[in-house]
Design a protein around this ligand. Structure first.
Ligand code: 4UU
Length: 530
């Protein structure tokens, strides 16, 4: 019988032995993997078949890094990547990381307004994009308020006037590839945006070491056959799940990564079958589709070994329905952008609905929300985590960093759950205000700020309402200004024009007299929910 994972102080450790995580820069680590997997295919664009072997990908990254250096980019600069999933995403990422340039990945469904905020906040000096997104990017950069004026250059996949083609960077002779010294535990690799437990999206500083650590933590928890398994890159690479466990999880393990720019059911099913995908990373809405839709044939799923589900709770009912139809194990993973992302991942045979044990090199505890005390097996509270995957902090926001990571190094997730006696994590609820639609973040504060700019809105609050297929739907409560009579469709349209698809007020609008608030002015969301 395995030793208990619980300490006397109710600290939960991983049942998996600690790994020796290499303390090197991200590119040094990934390049060493490229040297190992050589001529194996690294990344393939499914529709066009365009692909790069490990050797070619490394060579391309060095050329791009040399070209970026020639153009004056240096350690500490930020480059935005505003793109759907394409093989070149990995090349840009590797090139930037090898010269200490930080990548801030932006959601390709962002409107120009949303994008401008991230470009401005991250002080991005350049942006990489694809042709269909170029108009949005240009609008974000050139908007009247010129929020994103720091962006001086656009790198484009393909060709467009006024943009530098990536193909030009790839023609570089590589001679300017510099010798940049990187401190893996301090220097930032990526700057994704997350609202965390409260407020507007913030830049999450993830170091080179954070990301390498999480690659190790995942590969030591689940079964990945190096050089054999095949990954599908369907989840967006801008989000931490698509970025680290999927994109670089594939590359780290020598597994071909087949990229798809969007979820188009027939193409998705064809990719699974033709590309003999063996490990599929998904979110609950994709599993729902696979569990229910008649077009999902035996042939589509026959090469799959298991499916990873994360970013939102996987209902026990859906999980059962799925496995009854497809007889495929689902490994549920739990994590946050702020933890690079994985905290716990199912390690079969963990029980249905659980996320499995904490990944290696990490410890967790469950904090009693009222007393702050650490709770024992089966007792519900806020999940806290300590480990090498915990972010360095939020960019230029020490207050928000201190609110999330305490002086002992515990990151407070804002999620409610418990660990069972065996150490498997079950997530029950969310303490924080964040709404998740299909696994995408919808920060209520962002929608509230937009609603408050409507000429007829006196006050506003947004909460998530439970929805079986998608997780939660954002719903707005509105207090009208006196003598105005804006209606629901007016509010919906106003928001629609300003936000990405997933942030639309699909939960509707309700007009009320007053938004319930605490004496300090905080919206009492629980009261609105009730
Ligand atoms: C209930 O969504 C993510 C990270 C996803 C992830 C993690 C481990 C995917 C695969 C994997 O193996 O990050 P964010 O920052 O977008 O959202 C974080 C929030 C959490 O705080 C929690 O509320 O998303 C929710 N969440 C989950 N909730 C994430 N995973 C789960 C889960 N069950 N399995």
């Amino acid at each position: 019988r395995q030793q208990s994972v619980w300490s006397k102080e109710n600290i939960v450790r991983s049942p998996i032995a600690n790994a020796d995580i290499p303390n090197v820069s991200f590119s040094e680590y990934i390049f060493s993997r490229c040297d190992e997997f050589k001529d194996n295919t690294a990344v393939i664009d499914f529709e066009s078949g365009r692909n790069y072997s490990y050797t070619v990908m490394k060579g391309a990254a060095i050329k791009v890094a040399s070209a970026l250096t020639r153009l004056g980019y240096k350690k500490g600069d930020v480059i935005a990547v505003y793109s759907a999933n394409v093989p070149e995403y990995s090349i840009i990422m590797l090139a930037a990381s090898s010269i200490g340039v930080i990548v801030t990945p932006a959601n390709p469904s962002y409107t120009p307004g949303e994008l401008a905020i991230q470009l401005e906040h991250s002080k991005a000096k350049a942006a990489f994009t694809i042709l269909p997104l170029l108009p949005n990017l240009k609008e974000a950069i050139n908007s009247k308020q010129s929020l994103a004026s720091s962006v001086k250059e656009i790198f484009i996949l393909g060709e467009a006037e006024g943009c530098r083609p990536v193909s030009e960077l790839l023609k570089d002779d590589g001679t300017m590839f510099p010798d940049v010294s990187i401190d893996p535990k301090n220097d930032i690799l990526i700057l994704p945006y997350s609202s965390g437990t409260t407020g507007l999206p913030k830049g999450v500083m993830l170091t080179h070491h954070n990301c390498i650590a999480n690659l190790y933590q995942v590969k030591l928890a689940v079964d990945i056959k190096q050089g054999v398994d095949r990954f599908l890159g369907i989840l967006p690479f801008y989000h931490i799940y698509g970025m680290i466990p999927v994109q670089f999880g594939a590359i780290d393990n020598g597994c071909p990564l087949i990229t798809l720019p969007k979820f188009d059911p027939p193409v998705f099913l064809r990719a699974l079958q033709e590309q003999k995908i063996s490990i599929l990373h998904a979110v609950p809405p994709i599993l729902l589709f696979m569990a229910k839709h008649p077009s999902v044939s035996k042939e589509c799923v026959q090469n799959l070994k298991y499916i990873v589900s994360g970013a939102a709770p996987l209902g026990v009912g859906l999980s059962k329905e799925f496995t009854e139809r497809h007889e495929l194990p689902i490994y549920q993973g739990y994590g946050l952008t702020e933890t690079s992302p994985v905290i716990a991942i199912d390690n079969p045979p963990a029980k249905l609905g659980s996320n499995g044990p904490v990944v290696c090199n990490s410890t967790a505890k469950v904090k009693d929300v009222e007393t702050g005390r650490s709770l024992g097996p089966g007792e519900e509270g806020e999940i806290c985590i300590k480990g090498p995957q915990v972010m360095k902090g939020y960019l230029n926001n020490q207050q928000a960093t201190n609110d999330m990571i305490d002086s002992d190094g515990w990151l407070h997730t804002g999620d409610i759950g418990y660990f069972c006696e065996e150490g498997n994590l079950v997530i029950e609820d969310r303490l924080k205000e964040l709404i998740k639609y299909k696994g995408f973040q919808v920060p209520p504060a962002e929608l509230e700020a937009i609603l408050l700019t409507h000429p007829s809105v006196q006050d506003a609050a947004v909460i998530g309402v439970q929805d079986a297929g998608t997780g939660e739907l954002p719903k707005a409560f509105i207090v009208r200004k006196p003598n105005t009579d804006v209606q629901e469709d007016g509010i919906l349209k106003f928001v629609e024009e300003k936000v990405a698809q997933h942030k639309r007020l699909r939960g509707g609008v309700e007009f009320i007299d007053v938004i319930p608030k605490s004496p300090s002015g905080k919206i009492l969301r629980r009261q609105l929910r009730e």
